[in-house]
Design a protein around this ligand. Structure first.
Ligand SMILES: Cc1cc2nc3c(=O)[nH]c(=O)nc-3n(C[C@H](O)[C@H](O)[C@H](O)COP(=O)(O)O)c2cc1C
Length: 405
């Protein structure tokens, strides 16, 4: 299958631009071996490269290119398949935009198109090229997210010691993971993640419960989560718990039971956030609506969890406007290198800002991911970079500190 890949990157000091022609000459030989064709645009500071050919060849070359220290801030913009090559017969053509007028460069590139599926104006590849040519290097803001500018400083969290003893008859345990606001240096809330009595995964725990008892057990487990939160001394912090929305619908008086757990543990309903996942919401819209009304009326917060991993999309936000929206790790992972993910997160941030919904990025593991997300306007983060969940306790938090030069 004929694959197309476009990325942009930025020249580093390791490459003298006068040596670009030489680089392209060598690249041409390697590309020909792997039947890869394409163009490389250079505007004096940034590159835009189109690679097309058999998927294995394109991937192999892109892997090498990604490791090349002569450019940095590589962001993949497009990965697609096409019926025909756009740059047939051209291993790698270099367009130095400093030596070509934008209109001329664009016309020349258009002419490369093959006869059948020529590089038409509606073609996405053409549009990426057109945009790159139209914006001069001086006007194109390229953010550099270098992990070397940061170091992490571990600081114990202000909660009771790890390893609370299990209570008699306690059917489940919880691992707590902080959600942090590194800009302010604060822990905004703790998420209580359910674990089995032996510390096993949530899947194993729920699999061990008979189906007809599932919702009852789910609701009852919140009592244990909140009791642990109290023992940890969460003070004014918020605690987030995951709940199956159907537990609120199927168990009579469920919200009152939940409120009972909250007050018994001397917590305020406004300190508690119920997290539900997209999939659960769309599989039971009407019941979910009534359950959420009750929750909100009781003052309990609502968060949509794993946003972006399911199928509900933005229409979910229009219908249920939660206090919090947690962006799924599948979108967060390597976001600093991925143009389509960046476009999606920018849209989520913009619409949540208009609705005054707090955005949390989940599954943050790399400094560069945090830096990109923070520059996009996200202030709250959860992930191994800051703290891993700890069974029956709260972990220390790694706070990023700027390295002084
Ligand atoms: C902007 C830029 C574009 C490049 N394009 C290609 C290319 O299309 N094909 C290629 O084989 N090498 C290309 N290279 C060079 C590769 O990064 C790498 O140096 C080369 O493939 C040799 O790989 P190796 O060092 O793993 O042996 C490019 C380098 C840069 C900086």
């Amino acid at each position: 299958m004929l694959a197309t890949l476009i990325y942009r990157s930025r020249l580093t000091h390791a490459l003298d631009p006068s040596l670009l022609a030489e680089l392209v000459k060598e690249a041409n030989i390697r590309n020909a071996e792997l039947q890869v064709t394409g163009v490389l645009l250079f505007n004096g500071d940034q590159f835009l490269q189109v690679l097309e050919g058999p998927a294995e060849g394109v991937n192999a070359i892109f892997n090498r290119i990604s490791r090349d220290s002569r450019h940095s801030d590589i962001v993949e913009l497009l990965r697609d398949f096409a019926p025909e090559r756009r740059f047939r017969g051209r291993g790698l053509v270099l367009f130095d935009l400093r030596q070509n007028k934008p209109g001329v460069a664009l016309r020349t590139i258009l002419k490369f198109g093959t006869l059948k599926y020529h590089l038409a104006r509606h073609d996405r590849v053409y549009k990426f090229i057109r945009d790159f040519i139209a914006t001069p290097a001086s006007e194109r803001r390229v953010e550099t997210f270098s992990a070397a500018r940061w170091r992490l400083q571990s600081k114990a969290s202000p909660f009771a010691a790890i390893g609370l003893p299990l209570q008699e008859n306690q059917p489940c345990q919880f691992a707590f993971q902080p959600i942090v606001d590194p800009g302010r240096g604060t822990i905004s809330s703790l998420e209580a993640l359910i674990r089995g009595p032996d510390g096993g995964s949530p899947q194993d725990y729920f699999a061990s419960i008979p189906e007809q008892k599932l919702h009852e057990a789910d609701l009852a487990s919140k009592g244990w989560a909140l009791a642990m939160a109290r023992q940890l001394g969460i003070g004014n912090h918020k605690v987030a718990v995951n709940l199956l929305p159907m537990s609120l619908v199927k168990i009579p008086g469920a919200v009152d039971i939940l409120l009972g757990h909250i007050t018994r543990n001397h917590l305020d309903p406004e300190q508690v956030i119920v997290e539900v996942t997209e999939d659960e919401v769309i599989s039971s819209y009407d019941e979910f609506t009534s359950a959420i009304r009750q929750l909100r009326a009781a003052g309990i917060g609502l968060a949509i969890d794993d946003f972006g991993s399911g199928f509900a999309g933005l229409s979910l936000l229009a219908k249920f406007q939660p206090d919090k929206l947690k962006i799924d790790r599948s979108i967060v992972t390597d976001i600093h290198m991925h143009g389509p993910k960046q476009a999606i997160v920018k849209a989520i941030v913009a619409c949540c800002a208009e609705m005054q919904i707090t955005v949390v990025a989940e599954g943050v593991e790399k400094i560069e991911e945090w830096c990109w997300l923070n520059a996009a306007g996200i202030e709250r983060f959860q992930g191994y970079l800051f703290a891993r969940p700890v069974l029956n306790g709260v972990p220390a938090v790694n706070w990023p500190l700027r390295v002084s030069r």
